[in-house]
Ligand binder design. Structure first.
Ligand code: SAM
Length: 295
């Protein structure tokens, strides 16, 4: 390896690591390819959104019907019957909704939005729901604001601090976001503040190989033994909206008895090839790509 292509750094354990610039360039290339994957999926929609593609008023009319249907559905009655006791006991002080997706175009996202708003009403939560998804366009932000939501602007990659009783609603979100959320709150008092509605942890653990879980869902794996999971009913009229969704909360009494080693935690970093969530870095590249398309 030529000197030009390598540089040496000393690591904490005293070993000299040789970093190849070639290798770094390859890593950079992977990241760009990953951004391009996300970009090709979303760029055309961004373009149409920027040119005023979505009509907000007709959307809100359609949305009102969705909300009405959902509120009256047996599914909603059954789901709230199962999860209400947990929410009531927790006395929720904040609701954070991540990864709703393109609600102006996607019926799944529209129904998922209706669910969290109906639930807000059901539990008599008076505050605003906070929303974040890096792919929201301007019209979707406006729609959520018209519905009295707060649209967050910073991509925290799921690393939200639960400093008060918070219902996190992550319908069909990348498991790495749940994993990051757990990492950020990896201590007893913070975990006790979390109620999480997301893809079933049980399914994640059953359906993924151990090696994959170690790299991408370490904290989900660790907490599984102390997790109370309530499966959503499967009787909604559309089967791909709330499938595989569960409410999760944590057995704080049992967690009080764990060994102190359990609480040692290292911030997760994911291999670019298995990334599911949109990181800040990818989002930055996406912006660049979209700016290129616009110019
Ligand atoms: C599989 S889609 C689910 C969309 C929708 N909820 C559904 O069920 O069809 C995953 C969603 O997570 C969002 N997402 C990715 N990275 C995110 C991040 N860092 N923070 C919040 N949401 C993120 C994506 O933009 C996408 O909308």
């Amino acid at each position: 390896m030529s000197e030009e292509n390598s540089s040496a750094v000393q690591s904490f354990d005293g070993f000299i690591q040789v970093c190849s610039k070639k290798k770094n360039r390859r890593g950079q290339k992977n990241l760009q390819a990953r951004s391009a994957d996300f970009s090709s999926a979303y760029a055309t929609r961004e373009l149409s959104a920027d040119s005023g593609y979505v009509n907000i008023k007709p959307f809100l009319r359609r949305y009102a019907e969705t909300e009405c249907d959902l509120r009256l559905s047996t599914f909603f009655t059954d789901a709230t019957e199962k999860i209400f006791p947990f929410l009531e006991q927790a006395q929720i002080e904040a609701i954070v909704c991540l990864g709703l997706g393109r609600l102006s175009e996607c019926a799944i996202s529209r129904h998922q939005l209706a669910f969290i708003r109906c639930l807000q009403e059901k539990i008599n939560f008076k505050g605003e729901i906070q929303f974040y998804d890096p792919i929201f366009n301007r019209d979707e932000v406006k729609i959520l604001q018209d519905l009295e939501g707060i649209v967050l602007t910073e991509n925290l990659e799921g690393k939200y601090l639960a400093d008060r009783k918070t219902l996190f609603y992550l319908p069909h979100c990348p498991k790495q976001i749940s994993n990051n959320l757990l990492w950020k709150n990896w201590q007893l008092d913070l975990l006790s503040n979390i109620i999480l509605i997301s893809n079933s942890f049980e399914s994640i653990l059953t359906n993924s190989p151990r090696r994959f879980l170690d790299a991408n869902a370490k904290f989900i794996l660790e907490i599984a033994k102390y997790c109370v999971e309530i499966r959503f009913p499967v009787n909604y009229k559309y089967t791909d909206i709330f499938n595989d969704i569960s409410l999760h909360c944590f057995d704080i009494a049992a967690l009080k008895g764990v060994h102190s080693d359990f609480w040692k935690s290292v911030e997760p970093h994911y291999n670019v090839d298995t990334l599911e969530l949109i990181t800040r870095e990818i989002q930055q590249n996406l912006k660049v790509t979209n700016d290129d398309i616009h110019s």
